[in-house]
Design a protein around this ligand. Structure first.
Ligand code: URA
Length: 194
């Protein structure tokens, strides 16, 4: 973790951070993954979305949230005027796909957390959207998305909104009602003069 902290801190911009991750030798996930999945969207956006980890499609395309869950995420963002081609920046807690999409282990999250924190610092969003339990664990230090979702909190010194993971919504479509309420809360916040 100390090495990760030093490597992350040494990165002066997003390209350097991507390179530091690519050169970081201590995460076993990297060996099993095809791609480093670093980001998508527009750096400098007011909103940064933090997901969990790449899945199969993401690993193939080297971009976060491009599979079915990602397409649902795009459909959730569009009605509130957000699109990764314009005004959203997207990353994950983990830049490498875990084998068979298993949940990331706590030590994997802890090892890579300095990179995520530096990523947020360098992307400098006004607002963080924290997607699903793993991201809540990483950035808020607690799980329990059912209670946390829709409640504004703070992470990395900025307002943060936990939301259900779109993969969860694909399995539990009834929860889309809450997910939509959370999108409206995000929209209201973005409209508020800051
Ligand atoms: N799920 C995530 O959390 N992130 C992705 O990039 C894709 C699916």
């Amino acid at each position: 973790v100390q090495e990760a902290e030093a490597a992350a801190r040494g990165a002066r911009d997003l390209d350097a951070l991507r390179e530091a991750l690519a050169a970081y030798p201590h995460c076993a996930l990297k060996k099993g993954a095809r791609s480093l999945v670093f980001c998508d969207g527009v750096p400098g956006s007011r909103v940064m979305i933090v997901g969990e980890a790449p899945g199969r499609e993401e690993d193939l395309q080297a971009k976060p949230f491009v599979g079915r869950a990602g397409q649902l995420l795009d459909r959730m963002l569009a009605p509130i005027g957000l699109a990764r081609t314009e005004n959203v920046y997207i990353t994950n807690v983990l830049p490498w796909r875990p084998p068979q999409n298993r949940d990331p282990k706590p030590d994997e999250i802890a090892m890579l957390l300095p990179f995520l924190k530096r990523h947020i610092e360098l992307a400098a969003p006004e607002i963080l959207v924290i997607v699903g339990n793993i991201s809540c664990q990483a950035l808020l230090g607690r799980r329990g998305i059912t209670r946390l979702r829709g409640q504004w909190t703070e992470a990395e010194a900025r307002p943060a909104l936990p939301i259900f993971h779109p993969a969860y919504l694909l399995r539990n479509p009834a929860a889309k009602r809450e997910a939509w309420a959370d999108m409206l809360a995000l929209q209201a916040r973005l409209r508020r003069p800051s």
